[in-house]
Design a protein around this ligand. Structure first.
Ligand code: GLV
Ligand code: MN
Ligand code: MN
Length: 409
């Protein structure tokens, strides 16, 4: 194909997928929501048109298989996720799924079979916005998802299991959804960079060296609700005022510590009325770093600070861990092959670590993993202003196709 044909095809599909949203304004597509279902149905149709055999696994991941020269050969998995954050951009996740589909579609159109199978994977639970933990899709494929992760509930009280049944998946088949090591060659994920490095280097693509490890904590601060007019200031046990101090401690401690980042992204005060002292406040902490040791040291200091603030104010506090993913190194052989594929497409790749989490982290428990990053405007992500150019989309497609055509099991 010549010109920007592949890039245009990819951008058109990205625009089409972005129409499936839980909210009328903007793009919000949470795991197992009705719009996730509609997006998965559309994607299944596109996969079938491209000649793939499509299946939906126990946790709602959609997988399309393109056979190699010999049937039932081990597969190279290529994909990403189709769930989004609230008020998301069009590219985080969808880019990797649709790049994989567009590449396989190009092979299929020209009747090209490779010495291995390709499975295009669309995971559904990468953002982890709806339920406390995350990466259920990739953990299920890698065989590391405990069935108890299906008992988690969203803020409306709906369990993962119930949502899966409504989605049309069969959670009882969790074990059978795990792939075997022999059946899988590796996992490759194309993703927008979500940071400014490639733009600053004026390069369209980068190859990821490692993915930062992440931990998510849930904090519940228990005080005493009371009348906002009649309770003297010195006699209050205000859970929200305490949480405010805790949030600032999270920021201060992470700030003091090199590569570690920590964020309180969600907070809720109960009962939540203008004239009631908040009796209970819940908030989340997300902490990440390139090294698990550095991140754990910061989390330890944060936990101590929270305990100290609660004790000084006479409040009870509980901290629970909702998610933990170790820092993940990408595979040296796959990195070298992606480098060569990028050079063959005329692009010297930048090597960079990933600050964001990805399904590749969970897939690393099963097989070698690698990621190709694509430049995004201003490094902006998790925001409607997320953007890539058609030229960069096309460059990514050429690199991916070069990679697939030269990959040897
Ligand atoms: C997902 O984008 C994450 O890094 O949390
Ligand atoms: Mn993503
Ligand atoms: Mn994301």
């Amino acid at each position: 194909m010549s010109g920007l044909t592949l890039g245009r095809r990819l951008m058109d599909r990205l625009a089409a997928l972005a129409c499936f949203s839980d909210e009328a304004e903007g793009l919000t597509r949470l795991y197992l929501s009705p719009s996730h279902k509609r997006a998965a149905d559309a994607l299944a149709g596109w996969m079938q048109e491209a000649g793939l055999d499509v299946r939906l696994d126990a946790v709602g991941s959609l997988i399309g298989r393109y056979e190699g020269v010999a049937a039932a050969a081990p597969a190279l998995l290529v994909g990403s996720h189709i769930d989004t954050v609230r008020q998301a951009g069009k590219y985080d996740g969808a880019l990797g799924v649709l790049a994989a589909l567009t590449a396989v579609e190009a092979l299929s159109k020209s009747g090209e079979r490779l010495p291995f199978a390709i499975e295009v994977v669309a995971f559904g639970d990468e953002e982890g916005v709806r339920f406390p933990s995350t990466l259920r899709g990739s953990r299920a494929l890698a065989g590391t998802l405990d069935a108890s992760a299906l008992d988690e509930r969203d803020p409306e009280g709906i369990s993962v299991r119930e949502a899966l049944v409504a989605f049309g998946a069969d959670p009882a088949k969790l074990r059978a959804s795990a792939m075997t090591r022999e059946g899988v060659l590796g996992y490759v994920e194309v993703h927008i960079e979500q940071g400014p490095v490639l733009e600053r280097a004026s390069r369209p693509v980068g190859v990821v060296t490692a993915i930062n490890g992440a931990r998510r904590l849930g904090v519940v601060v228990q005080g005493t609700a009371g009348h906002s007019g009649t309770s003297p200031m010195a006699m209050r046990r205000d859970s929200l005022a305490a949480a405010a101090e805790m949030v600032l401690a999270v920021e201060r401690i992470a700030y003091q510590t090199g590569d570690v980042v920590a964020t309180v992204g969600s907070i809720e005060a109960r009962p939540g009325a203008v004239n009631v002292i908040p009796g209970e406040t819940r908030f989340t902490i997300d902490a990440r770093a390139p090294s698990d040791e550095a991140r754990d040291a910061v989390v330890g200091r944060i936990e101590n600070a929270i305990d100290g603030i609660a004790a000084r104010r006479g409040l009870a506090v509980t901290i629970t861990q909702a998610h933990r993913a170790p820092a993940t190194a990408c595979d040296a052989n796959l990195i070298a092959r992606l480098d060569a594929a990028a050079r063959a497409a005329g692009h010297e790749p930048v090597h960079l670590p990933s600050g964001a989490g990805h399904d590749a982290m969970a897939m690393a428990a099963l097989c070698p993993v690698a990621m190709l990053f694509v430049r995004c405007a201003g490094g902006i992500s998790h925001h409607p202003a997320e953007a890539i150019t058609i030229e960069d989309a096309d460059a990514a497609m050429r690199v991916l196709l070069n990679f697939l055509r030269t990959y040897k099991p």
